[in-house]
Write a protein that binds this ligand. Structure first.
Ligand code: GSF
Length: 202
């Protein structure tokens, strides 16, 4: 199978971390959806990465669909519990983490516009989403070892990718100082080869 992505996308990183944690072999194909000759729209009508292309050429998107497929297709190292209340909680963590990435990406794109065209209120609205979400994550994590308490799960992977994207694109957001437990979780995740080997890079 092939993962179409980039070295900076937090959503592609989530898929890459899951592939590594599940020890699934794949080809990583770099394709920026922003380049005029990108092949992404031919695979995903939404024109977004990541896309997982299965061996029968079926394209899977978006990252949540990809990681759920990967967790189901390989029995080892389960990252999501069976359908029950805990699974719902893992998926809410993922929705929260992906939402932080969504807001961060919107700020990043808005700031690429000419300064006069940038909408300060729009940027402030996205920053507020990030701040509220970080506080919510910190409150939910508390002093637990992992997002779901005693065991590592997809929730930690999604949160780690979101925090890593903030550190990469918005080093001025001082989430480490304000939420020491999130910093501890992120530093612990960086000890895992799957995270260390997928750190965002230009
Ligand atoms: C979001 C992917 C996304 O926005 C997912 O996979 O979870 N809900 C989707 N990807 C960006 C790249 S990045 O910022 O990570 C993307 O492909 N943007 C191109 C576009 O046209 O929006």
């Amino acid at each position: 199978m092939k993962l179409i992505g980039s070295l900076t996308s937090p959503y592609a990183r989530k898929a890459r971390v899951v592939l590594a944690e599940k020890k699934i072999e794949y080809d990583f194909v770099l394709d920026s959806p922003w380049s005029p000759d990108s092949l992404v729209p031919d695979l995903n009508p939404l024109g977004k990465i990541p896309v997982l292309v299965l061996d029968d050429d079926t394209p899977l998107f978006d990252s949540r669909v990809i990681v759920e497929y990967l967790d189901n297709v390989a029995p080892n190292n389960k990252l999501m519990p069976a359908p029950n209340r805990e699974r719902t909680e893992v998926k809410r963590w993922e929705a929260l983490a992906d939402g932080v990435c969504d807001a961060a990406v919107l700020i990043f794109l808005e700031r690429k516009r000419p300064a006069k065209a940038q909408d300060a209120a729009w940027i402030a609205r996205q920053e507020a989403k990030i701040e509220r979400s970080l506080a919510f994550m910190a409150e939910q994590l508390g002093e637990e070892s992992w997002c779901m308490g005693t065991h590592f799960s997809l929730a930690d992977i999604a949160v780690g990718c979101a925090l890593g994207y903030l550190a990469f694109r918005f080093p001025q957001i001082d989430w480490r100082e304000r939420h020491a437990n999130l910093a501890r979780l992120y530093d612990k995740l960086l000890q895992r080869p799957a995270f260390a080997e997928t750190a965002p890079q230009e």
